[in-house]
Design a protein. Structure first.
Lengths: 222, 222
DNA sequence: ACAATTCAATACATCGTGTTCAGTAACGGC
DNA sequence: GCCGTTACTGAACACGATGTATTGAATTGT
């Protein structure tokens, strides 16, 4: 967060006609720092982790850290950004086939992805880093959700009865809260398939069906 | 966050038979520190605010701060706890009358409360303080929501068709996301009544009604 | 006006940060 | 395999923020 020129550009100076293969040490170091950050933050909280803790856990010198990142914040931002491009890449193919039709494929993919990168997702969803990571994540997901809703509405020629932004926020908030709850559980009571299936039912049939009401004789909501 | 004995107990040594009125200076100082924290965090983010910034903004000496709180964290925790007891007090009367029947009275109350304490709510919902404040808030709200759901189900003799914890998380996530979005808007496009009304409709009639579908010929969800 | 206690101001030890640089080890390309 | 290049080390340094302690002055409740 210091007012500093970003030094974290080990530019892939184009070698010969080659693929400009990144130095092996570099990859190792980046991964080590990334993993150290994630596991330490999970254990001690973001503010409770010093740069020296990270480098120590990664078996590196403190000086090395500053060769890659300007900051603890810089490291976290990079880690989260990387996660988001990976997620988008996995999601993209499911999107084109999804502006009409759809089952909850994208959502399932997210839950599976979260299961693989469990600690990082926990870190983000806990709001570590003063919520910056969470905001990044939320932003991407709501943007994608809004686009899906919009495309679907246009494709079917219908107009939402409620503020479309509100709908987007509500939907994102709903599944993200469930994801956060699900990913924090010690013993996985639900599989990704079950969790997303429930979210789907909830969305499709409504909260009153889910609560157990038989008819539409349902009163308000808390 | 330092391993320190909590010194922040200026005990209300009971005076005479009086109401144990807290020293006026003390109240003034506490409020000043509270307000300074909130507005500074909104502007610069939690990590970007020094204790000295707070005391300076509150026109106090840095030494004074440590007479009241051990930490920046301690101050934030206290502020959030105070908010939560205030919120619970406002909500309690609406709860007893709400395990049957209900309109969305409690929810409306929360939105109104958020409007009054706008900056503090923004701070919390942004996840400042590594999400500790947000977790506190979420915890209280989901606990209350779960209790409401449980009481209602028992009162009506129905059993939820989905994991009740999932339902609780989903509902809390939904309205909290909408609250966060609503409270961050610069020009209040929606009144508290409108916002909660929409959430109510959404919950009552379901996402597909809200999206604009006429019948139940609705496909899945994103 | 009096006693109590809150607040100011200063000084101090400590810790984490971010930078620098000379020396060493590991890498990729040929 | 060697060699030029690049990544890492280790230590030292200045700096800023934290938390503590102490003394004297200002305000308060009574």
């Amino acid at each position: 967060m210091a007012g500093n020129i970003a030094r974290s550009q080990r530019v892939n100076r184009e070698g010969s006609g080659h693929l400009a293969t990144e130095d092996r040490r570099t990859r190792r170091t980046r991964r080590a720092l990334r993993d150290a950050l994630v596991s330490l933050v999970i254990e001690h909280g973001y503010a409770g982790v010093k740069v020296e803790d990270i480098t120590e856990h990664a078996d590196l010198s403190r000086a090395t850290f500053y060769g890659y990142y300007t900051d603890k914040d810089d490291l976290l931002d990079t880690v989260v950004s990387d996660l988001l491009v990976a997620l988008r890449r996995e999601l993209r193919p499911l999107f084109s086939a999804s502006s009409e039709g759809f089952t909850g494929k994208p959502l399932l993919k997210i839950f599976q992805h979260a299961q693989e990168e469990r600690d990082l997702y926990r870190l983000i969803l806990r709001g570590e880093g003063d919520g910056r990571a969470l905001r990044q994540f939320t932003e991407v997901c709501t943007r994608a959700g809004a686009e899906l809703f919009r495309a679907r509405a246009e494709h079917l020629g219908i107009a939402p009865r409620l503020d479309p932004e509100l709908l987007t926020q509500a939907w994102a908030g709903e599944w993200m809260a469930v994801l956060a709850w699900w990913i924090e559980a010690d013993s996985p009571a639900l599989s990704p398939e079950q969790a997303t299936e429930m979210l789907l039912s909830l969305s499709l049939r409504g909260r009153y069906w889910a609560a157990g009401f038989d008819s539409e004789t349902a009163p308000g909501s808390p």
